[in-house]
Design a protein around this ligand. Structure first.
Ligand SMILES: C[S@@+](CC[C@H](N)C(=O)[O-])C[C@H]1O[C@@H](n2cnc3c(N)ncnc32)[C@H](O)[C@@H]1O
Length: 207
């Protein structure tokens, strides 16, 4: 399974050290800041592809009530459980291992759904984005690569490197209009859009 080869225990420990040192990355922090300003007291959260779980920890620190974190890779769960324990959130975060798109029917809707740098790891964008948007009762937060030549080049170089290492995992720069159109079909509208050189942060709200 290519995901488990790339998103492995070594990577999980690296992500954990990075989170302890400097918190979540700037793009995720931007969405968390926006959601916190809207008011997420007691909110339920679903994070897909959350890795070691820094985003759910920060949403709970900002008032959310409970979270479910589902990731395809088995490698992250021990590090995610440790991080939850360090923050006193063991009882409020459920960690699940599985393919969210395949298991979506068994995942409950939540107030907030969060996918940080996950859509770009999945080949079938409409299936992933539609499943996530459908589960969002209030907000959907997505961080995905911008459709710029340098982002496409960087992803192509990364994929060439993975291919040379005989790893089957591939990253994708999905069309942003397509992402927004799938989210709109699920009944959500963009309320917060920001970007840096490579990544766009988009928060959508249900009317
Ligand atoms: C690039 S990592 C991002 C991790 C974390 N969100 C971050 O930004 O640091 C992508 C994550 O998405 C997970 N993932 C990809 N497709 C998934 C799916 N269909 N269901 C659940 N998790 C998935 C991978 O296992 C991996 O942990």
């Amino acid at each position: 399974m290519p995901y488990r080869r790339l998103f492995n225990t070594k990577q999980a420990e690296r992500y954990l050290r990075r989170y302890r040192r400097s918190g979540v990355d700037k793009r995720a922090a931007d969405a968390i800041g926006y959601l916190s300003r809207q008011g997420i007291a007691g909110a339920t959260v679903l994070e897909v592809g959350g890795g070691v779980g820094g985003v759910v920890v920060e949403l709970l620190e900002n008032g959310a009530g409970s979270a479910v974190s589902i990731d395809l890779s088995t490698a992250y769960e021990p590090a995610a459980a440790r991080l939850a324990e360090e923050h006193g959130f063991t009882d409020r975060i459920e960690h699940r291992i599985g393919d969210f798109v395949v298991e979506a029917d068994d995942v409950a809707s939540t107030d907030v759904v969060f996918l940080n740098r996950v859509v770009c790891c999945y080949p079938h964008m409409p299936a992933m984005v539609s499943a996530a948007a459908t589960k969002a009762d209030r907000f959907l937060a997505l961080v995905y690569p911008r459709e710029r030549w340098w982002s496409k080049l960087s992803v192509a170089l990364g994929n060439a490197y993975l291919s040379a290492r005989r790893c089957d995992f591939r990253a994708f720069v999905h069309p942003i209009d397509g992402i927004h159109s799938v989210v709109a079909d699920a009944g959500l509208s963009p309320v917060h859009l920001t970007h840096d050189l490579n990544w766009e942060t988009a928060v959508f709200a249900r009317a």
